[in-house]
Ligand binder design. Sequence first.
Ligand SMILES: Nc1ncnc2c1ncn2[C@@H]1O[C@H](COP(=O)(O)OP(=O)(O)OP(=O)(O)O)[C@@H](O)[C@H]1O
Length: 318
Amino acid sequence: MAEPTTAPGAGPGAAPSSPPDPGAEPEQSLVRAVEVTRRYGDVTALDRVSLGVRPGELVGLLGPNGAGKSTLINLFCGLRRPTSGRVELLGGSPADPVRRRGIGVTPQETGLPATLRVGEIVDFVAAHYPRSVARGALLERFGLSGLERRQVGGLSGGQKRRLAVALAFVGDPRLVFLDEPTTGLDVEARRALWDAIRDFHSGGGTVVLTSHYLEEIEALAERVVVIGQGRVLADGTTEQVRDIAGVRRVTLTAGDLPELPGVLRAEREGDRTHLLTSDADALVRELVRADVPFSGLEVRPTSLEEAFLTITAGSEAA
Ligand SMILES: Nc1ncnc2c1ncn2[C@@H]1O[C@H](COP(=O)(O)OP(=O)(O)OP(=O)(O)O)[C@@H](O)[C@H]1O
């Protein structure tokens, strides 16, 4: 069986054309990074990244562990500074408290004081903003109604996470950064959170989120930015990102298969074999030409996850 290999067109040079200028003009972007590099000692977490987020976008940052997603979010919201390059937030510096009042953030890890009550924390965060949303409505939106007087230490893990996400929305922000917002939530809570994020977005809010749940990015984001090894590997709509890899999944029932050209990855599942390829037509022609007995042939577009794995495998190979 063929080994995984570089997807055609994948790799650092493969960012697609939409949007055409990923560093977008300042007046068009609520936040943007221009040729940003961030190093931690010997580690280059981000390597000359240019990326702009326009008003009303819902952007999903996708990438494997250590790709640089959290670093980018921390730079966007002023928690870290770039080693070189520049970051602009709401037309100014992310270090400027005035700009930061226009945004909301849920970091990947939140340590909320265990002895404070839910209502107290919401009020404390709200006090930092010139205007804030009504506490009851906020807690209801995040499934935390009735918990105002509960100490944070007495919340379940999922409730704590929902509170951390809710806090990003307290100050009625234009732009929120959500770093893996649904980690640790069960399916129902995750879907409820998706609805809250969608509501914010449909009301004109701009969202940048990271997730390891590719299904989540597919469900929520209209624009997907794939980050790998500190670089933007792909930037486009979900469909475009899938098409960058141009990968199709060919599934069939067959015995041992000969070496087939153009197979990026092969997986066996019971008596079914899945072949990932960027040219399904050619692969099927090869199967017929090789006189391989097969049945139950299916050709499907890949999930974003498969496209993503192919793109990042390509960057590592490069
Ligand atoms: N404070 C730090 N000190 C040293 N290295 C760091 C620091 N923060 C991040 N790094 C390194 O920078 C790289 C990018 O990390 P980052 O957390 O941005 O990735 P990520 O895509 O968010 O990963 P994950 O999905 O695991 O959260 C990694 O190699 C990480 O080890």
